[in-house]
Design a binder for this molecule. Structure first.
Ligand code: SME
Length: 164
């Protein structure tokens, strides 16, 4: 398992997600600005899970159809734009389905922003009317860092933060 427990925190990954979800929702109480919400999620998730190497958002660009543009993130320099259908983020945007990639080097069309990235999860983000507004992209430096527990927890979190 990828998650490295800190001494004073729950060892179980699902439990840690539940804990950090509560913390994020508490911080965001009353804040409606989407950029502020994305920045807070990126920062708090990056801090909550030491295995997370790059944590952030690619937003659907309202000015350029079929393109994602980088949003708030924590990590090394990410590429600025990703066309729908290209790489892991583009696949998530194109299909509106979460992508769990155990080995990014085996994923067709993967965009290597940082060669240290080995595995990745990308979760589509919808607004309250069900419109795709962004994808949440999390990378790890080890293979197979993400599984169904991450997918379920992150989909639930995105629904609570951006779909309510
Ligand atoms: N690896 C991603 C590109 C974004 S970076 O990882 C920050 C992809 O193939 O979608």
């Amino acid at each position: 398992m990828s998650y490295i427990a800190r001494d004073d925190r729950p060892a179980d990954k699902a439990e840690r997600y539940a804990e950090v979800e509560g913390e994020i929702l508490a911080v965001l109480e009353g804040e409606t600005n989407r950029t502020a919400r994305m920045a807070t999620v990126a920062s708090m998730l990056a801090d909550a899970f030491p295995a997370f190497f790059w944590t952030g958002f690619y937003a659907v660009d309202p000015d350029r159809a079929g393109e994602l543009v980088v949003g708030p993130y924590q990590g090394t320099l990410g590429c600025l734009r990703i066309p729908f259908g290209r790489g892991v983020c583009g696949a998530a945007a194109h299909t509106s389905q979460t992508q769990v990639v155990e080995d990014v080097h085996a994923f067709p069309g993967h965009i290597a922003c940082d060669s240290r990235s080995e595995s990745e999860i990308v979760v589509p983000v919808f607004d309250g009317s069900g419109l795709l507004i962004a994808v949440l992209d999390i990378d790890a430096t080890e293979k197979a860092a993400f599984d169904a527990i991450d997918a379920e927890a992150l989909e639930r979190l995105m629904g609570k933060v951006f779909g309510a």
